[in-house]
Design a protein around this ligand. Sequence first.
Ligand SMILES: *Cc1c(COP(=O)(O)O)cnc(C)c1O
Length: 353
Amino acid sequence: MKYPALVIHKEHLKQNIAIIKNLCQENGISMTAVTKCICSIPELTQVYVDAGVTEFGDSRIENLKKLSYAGINRWLLRIPMHSECAEVVRHAEISCNSEISTMEKLSEEALKINRRHKIILMADLGDLREGVMVLELPDYVEKIVALKGIELIGLGVNLNCYGGIIPTVENLSQLLTAANEIKSRYGVELPIISGGNSGSIHLLTSKTMPVGITNIRVGEGILIGCETSYQQQVLNANLDVFTLHAEIVELKEKPSVPIGESGLDAFGEKQIYPDRGMMKRAIVACGRQDVSADKILPLDCSIEIIGQSSDHMIIDVTNASKAYSVGDVLTFSTSYGAVLSLCTSEYVNKILR
Ligand SMILES: *Cc1c(COP(=O)(O)O)cnc(C)c1O
């Protein structure tokens, strides 16, 4: 086998999709499956389709283009660039937006190909990434309804990202208040009120999602098995859909403190090296070009990652519970950030089981 390898358990993925899809269904809301983290790899998105998913979200057009299934809606989640509007209306049925100038462009491009492009207007409820401040939403709607190539189908919010703000009954209710005002002022029905990402799952498990929220967009919850507001496992979701496997290329006794005049490391940073005496150190062929070491954990708890450069990871195996040799393969659990870069790195072998 070629290493480093990212092993993906399709059966566990399938179970996680079912668990979260059912949870949404029980709460009377729809789920948009977010596939950006797995680069919309067709063999994996097929698992979602087989599980009955019809709403797909991704932030990149390249990934949306790979989603060529009949009867699905493709959502572009990252608010579009002006320069990509022509592509957006061709490869996404729905996009999330916050800028009038961009929606004007989308409208123009949609009319050119005789389509109406659907829009979710993003609201900012305090996380301070994308979105219109909530009190300004109705004024935006007035401008959007005048655009002939655009159909406004809903409001959305993203939390838990820049500001780390947790979705609550209080902040999500502001979205519903805005939706009601828009309905009464402009007579616009908004079937989709999308109340966040995997950080909103806790409101479903506690059955406190405000009535009127009709959708959430879920990436990490399915892929990693945890919600992101409190890092709790979602019901009995699998935590091991992904594992990383990497090979030992050197195994030697060396001191723990570098020898000589001390400057900066490979990334221009000054490191501190505690003196732990002589160590047994393994070098694993997996570097920052594959994944950042602080995003993964060895499954063997008796060993510890102590450093990483572009192509090498150094592991303290002094107290290892088993005797390792050069050529052995170590296994690591992966966080969301790890899966994101491992899927993106062309040097990582993806093995679907
Ligand atoms: C990435 C993203 C999501 C999915 O977030 P998860 O935490 O992976 O569930 C949802 N909405 C938007 C706008 C995103 O960019």
